[in-house]
Design a protein around this ligand. Sequence first.
Ligand code: SF4
Length: 286
Amino acid sequence: MEIIIGKNAGFCYGVKNAVVNTEEQLKENKNIYCLGELVHNRQVVEKLENSGLKIVDKLADSKNKIIIRAHGTEKKTYEDAKKMNIEILDYTCPNVLKIHNIAKEFASKGYYIFLIGEKKHPETIGNISFCGENSFLIENENEIKEAINNFENSKLNKLLIITQTTFSLEKFNLYVDIIKNNLNENVELVVKNTICNATKIRQEETEQISKKVDFMIIVGGKNSSNTKKLFQIAKTNCKNSIIIETKEELNLEDIKNYKTIGIMAGASTPDYIIEDIYNTISNYIN
Ligand code: SF4
């Protein structure tokens, strides 16, 4: 049996930066708070909680210092923290900060903004808060018509399209094409593909590997948006695809029947979980 592990499987630099900085903080202070789970991976969060990290849902539940995770947060969080005298340790990924800055810049220049992303995703909730009132969040293709109607009713003539960093590239391109085909000719349109490179690379590699293996394992948090996207891509190319968080979910009896196995992991999956899975399969078949 051959096992192929994606070269880009696991932590992206944004997640790594947030985890390493949090670990450093915890060495000096056991009472650090984080607004929401630091990363979308239960095992990583549990490890940090065991070292003292406290996850809270509201600023009011923290004391003095609070960590902003790689996904970023809403504009109001920064404003409220200032009023409440809470120091922010901002570990927002530079790719997400870039979206906030683009949104602020174009909103101030009089652009209407379409943000393409998942409505309930924390990053999107943060992103949209920087877009101002002349904005519309598009999650599905069937919301595009309403978005265009709202844009036309705003009487603005300039439109910016941006997207959540972990959105599917394929869907982003599709939505942009639909929007372009339905816009008035005189609209000044700016499209910025803000899908992060780490996401793009993982999606492309998942596609390549899943096309050549008999069985594909996607490793990552079940609540991780980028991991779920990898699973959708894998499933399209390899019908024997599974998504798991840890080696305990493997059905080794089933796996031993396959000749080639691919392993890919989301951006918030630590290396030791990927290695655990690889070693568990290797030890079983040898
Ligand atoms: S997936 Fe991309 S945007 Fe998100 S934390 Fe990683 S590098 Fe940053």
